[in-house]
Design a protein around this ligand. Structure first.
Ligand code: SF4
Length: 325
């Protein structure tokens, strides 16, 4: 049974020009111990979806439709206090900038032990021992000494490890990681990704990994949801999406990852840019950029259609008209 289920989620943003749908009709599920990568350009709605799951959408953004179920229980309509408890205990968060999650005035040990004490029955001594253990687990050298250091005394990569320790210190069942490696050097990125993967495997934690980087997804995720203009363009097992993309947008994203060991040709780019919220075109939002667009694409919005092992919101997978296109 999935640990997290998002069903037909709609997030709206009321503006002077009218109400805009920042996320529309988004559905996916994550099983325990699995990583779902959510990928897309900036503004595609991927971070908003993650923020809605942890109940931290900032007004005027609001959930206007759909449901979010955690372990079979609806969490999108819980009172703030109840959601705060779930967020502390069962759902952890890792954001791009470690400094937003760490208090510069406290040692990392204090931050870890306080979180552990708030959410578990441990004594202060046990909590401190657990903090040291966790720092070791995420690869901080000499954790017994480093536990008393302040965030600024760590490098960027080490700080992100501390944030991962902080997100994991109460053994959450789900972790939302939003661009956790974007601010880091490529070699450190690989280490952090390997760490997330290992922790997820060993602890059975489900991970929703939000990133703009298809390369990170290909390395880490079991399944991937490709988002475009607030909707899911394609979703399926990462291998299938990478090897045999069913949506022209996914195909474009894949073409922008250099193949390992392959020729270093100029990367193929997708022409144009993603529309802004108030300019989303009718029909398929991707049609102005799509090399395969045909008449139906400008008029009707495609629903998710089966394509081999993935689902793609693309009319190419529907009608005989598409074959002629
Ligand atoms: Fe391209 Fe049409 Fe498919 Fe949209 S529905 S991705 S425009 S072929």
């Amino acid at each position: 049974m999935p640990l997290l289920e998002v069903q037909d989620l709609r997030i709206e943003l009321p503006t002077r020009r009218g109400t805009l749908a920042a996320v529309d009709g988004v559905s996916f599920a994550i099983e325990p111990g699995k990583v779902l990568g959510v990928v897309g350009e900036s503004g595609a709605g991927k971070s908003l979806t993650g923020t809605a799951v942890i109940g931290l959408l900032e007004p005027p953004l609001r959930i206007a439709g759909g449901r979010i179920l955690f372990d079979g229980r609806r969490i999108d309509n819980l009172p703030y206090e109840q959601m705060r408890r779930i967020r502390g205990r069962e759902i952890g968060a890792i954001f791009q900038d470690p400094l937003t999650s760490l208090n510069p005035l406290y040692t990392v040990g204090r931050q870890l032990t306080e979180t552990i004490l708030t959410h578990t029955e441990m004594t202060p001594t046990q909590a401190r021992r657990r903090a040291v253990e966790l720092l070791g687990e995420v690869g901080i050298p000499s954790p017994e000494q480093r536990v008393d250091a302040y965030p600024h005394q760590f490098s960027g990569g080490m700080r992100q490890r501390v944030v991962i320790a902080l997100a994991l210190c109460v053994n959450p069942r789900l972790v939302i990681a939003d661009e956790p490696t974007t601010a880091l050097d490529v070699s450190i990125q690989a280490q952090i990704i390997a760490l997330l993967k290992r922790l997820c495997r060993e602890h059975g934690t489900a991970v929703m990994l939000v990133t703009h980087d298809m390369g990170v997804i290909a390395e880490t995720a079991d399944d991937v949801a490709v988002m475009y203009a607030g909707r899911i363009a394609e979703i399926g097992p990462v291998r299938d999406v990478v090897k045999n993309p069913g949506h022209p947008y996914t195909a474009g994203l894949m073409a922008s990852i250099p193949a390992i060991g392959g020729p270093r040709d100029r990367l193929r780019q997708i022409d144009g840019s993603m529309p802004r919220l108030f300019e989303i075109p009718q029909g398929c939002a991707f049609h102005p950029r799509c090399p395969h667009a045909f008449a139906r694409c400008t008029a009707e919005r495609p629903e998710a259609l089966p394509t081999g092992r993935t689902l793609a919101a693309c009319w190419l997978h529907d009608t005989p008209e598409a074959v002629d296109a």
